[in-house]
Design a protein around this ligand. Sequence first.
Ligand SMILES: [Zn+2]
Length: 117
Amino acid sequence: MSTTHTGSCHCGKVAIEVEGRIDSGLACNCSICARRASLLWFVPRSSLRLTTPEAAAGTYMFNKHVIKHRFCPHCGIHVFGEGTDPKGNPVAAVNLRCLQDIDLAAIPVHNFDGRAL
Ligand SMILES: [Zn+2]
């Protein structure tokens, strides 16, 4: 059974709804994840819906420009990222720390060596 989770940046200008069961969080050590300390949960892009205007979320891209890092330009919090999986399916990486209704401490964390990529 899947659940709808709601989340937002700190000020609320960027808010989302995500459908799915949270099995784990991914802690990555790449140049951007290490700095922002996000805990990522990957879902099909179609499972994520912005409940605030699309234009309210800023977009940051670097390196190969394959991932859109979406954040709030007002409070600076990274809410999610958009990209594609190896098969080309659109995926979203939700920052679990932005979700309101979850027990973060109960979610298993997997460490990912993104720095090595
Ligand atoms: Zn904000």
